[in-house]
Design a protein around this ligand. Structure first.
Ligand SMILES: Cc1cc2nc3c(=O)[nH]c(=O)nc-3n(C[C@H](O)[C@H](O)[C@H](O)COP(=O)(O)OP(=O)(O)OC[C@H]3O[C@@H](n4cnc5c(N)ncnc54)[C@H](O)[C@@H]3O)c2cc1C
Length: 400
């Protein structure tokens, strides 16, 4: 039984295709989401459905149960589940259990963050964010509003200078300088995107030259970057910083790191201080026979591998080999392929094992890599068409 249809779980079931195993996938979503293009879907450069792959379309060797796991009885080898539709509860027995349920968005205990700032981790989050951006413009385009209030409503604050925060800020700025500027010519010059980061530099996982380059590109394109700015509280229209400064905003976006999901906390397994389940080099959960964990919810190696799609995908593939063959397996070995990030204005960063570069050619590389990494031919064709459509006709600003 596999819990989760994300990068880890989906990669596992895809590669277990040839093994004569009875596979049950339990996931509240009936699709796989290609998260690296989620920020592009927020701006409308690609459509949400183009980056989803329904599990039942190609993975017919798997029994998909659209449900969330609530808890595991390791003695009885059974998982308590709640159906995604109808909220009915049931138990399901397993021989082998793979926990690949990902992670929640960390609010680091910042009061009001979860309530007032929008996250970006799921399709629902992405849709809400896209709508919220368009709503802010509709709400600022009213007669008689004082300029200070228009400025507040059109102040978009992204909290978190990691890859997700940087990409979201870049995509929103592209939209502001593109289609929104043409549709709201009087408002667009007033609108501002701000990126705030507690650390001293953006994209701390990338090389320093690339993070400096990002800052320069953001400066040129009008995104204000505030590093060394730790958020201490978020209220309905105002952000408070640890150093006493405040910032009034129209839309706050929370691009924090990962936190453990409640299910992981309730399993009673050994975890790292960041809440990830400890696994050995074969992705086995110690002292729980037949139980494996991978992806964002698991900590493998010392120091633990990063919580990225690459790691989850490679672990899923590795575990498919382990479970699908009777051969003695080598421990999991991670192959770092490098990192990419879109930074707006048709520019990207490529931080690869032997070379780092940035700019327009890196953007073309970014696009071609993601096009090849999308999991199905249907995804690839749809995303390619979306890019061409957006180029020819502009991004769609319909608010629904
Ligand atoms: C906006 C965004 C952009 C990103 N961009 C990149 C990038 O460019 N490169 C990169 O390497 N990484 C990127 N990441 C990180 C990457 O998405 C994750 O590291 C990766 O998805 C982890 O895979 P996973 O299988 O562990 O979890 P996920 O892909 O999150 O999948 C978790 C699955 O578990 C299911 N689930 C949750 N709770 C339960 C439950 N109780 N029972 C059953 N199923 C459950 C979920 O529905 C989901 O199907 C990005 C993340 C985000 C949010």
């Amino acid at each position: 039984m596999v819990l989760g249809s994300g990068f880890g779980g989906y990669s596992l079931i895809r590669h277990l295709r040839r093994a004569a195993l009875e596979i049950t996938l339990v996931s509240p979503r009936n699709y796989f989401l290609f998260t690296p293009l989620l920020p592009s879907a927020v701006s409308g450069s690609v459509e949400f459905r183009s980056i989803l792959e329904p599990v039942r379309r190609r993975q017919r060797h798997v029994r998909l149960l659209e449900a969330a796991a609530l808890g595991v009885d390791f003695e009885r080898r059974s998982v308590r589940c709640r159906s995604a539709v109808g909220a009915e509860e049931f138990d399901l027995a397993y021989d082998t259990l793979v926990v690949a349920i990902g992670a929640a968005v960390a609010d680091y205990g910042v009061s009001g963050a979860a309530r007032f700032a929008l996250p970006l981790a799921s399709v629902e989050d992405g849709r809400a964010l896209r709508r919220a951006v368009l709503e802010r413009f509709a709400g600022a385009d009213l007669p008689g509003l004082p300029l200070a209030e228009v400025e507040r409503r059109l102040r978009f604050v992204v909290v978190g200078g990691g890859p997700t925060g940087v990409e979201v800020a870049a995509e929103i700025q592209d939209l502001l300088r593109g289609e929104l500027a043409r549709s709201f010519p009087a408002l667009a010059p007033v609108a501002r995107v701000l990126l705030v980061e507690a650390g001293e530099r953006l994209l701390s996982g990338f090389g320093e030259a690339l993070s400096d380059y990002t800052r320069r590109v953001f400066q040129r394109s009008g995104i204000e970057v505030r590093t060394g700015s730790a958020v201490s509280r978020v209220e309905a229209a105002e952000i408070f910083f640890a150093d006493g400064r405040t910032l009034r905003y129209g839309l706050a976006i929370w691009a924090g790191g990962n936190a453990p999901l409640p299910l992981v906390e309730n399993l009673g397994l050994e975890t790292k201080p960041d809440g990830r389940i400890v696994v050995d080099r074969y992705l086995r959960v110690p002292a729980r026979a037949g139980v494996y964990a991978l992806g964002d919810c698991a900590a493998c190696g010392e120091p633990p591998l990063p919580a990225t799609a690459q790691v989850a995908q490679q672990q899923g593939r590795y575990l498919a080999d382990v479970l699908g063959s009777k051969r003695e397996m080598r421990p999991f070995g991670y192959r770092r392929m490098g990192m990419l990030a879109y930074i707006g204005a048709g520019r990207a960063l490529a931080d690869l094992p032997h070379v780092q570069w940035s700019g327009r050619s890196a953007w073309l590389f970014w696009r071609s890599v993601y096009l090849t990494r999308l999991v199905s031919p249907a995804n690839k064709v749809k995303v390619l068409f979306d890019w061409v459509k957006a180029r020819l006709f502009g991004r769609d600003l319909s608010r629904f």
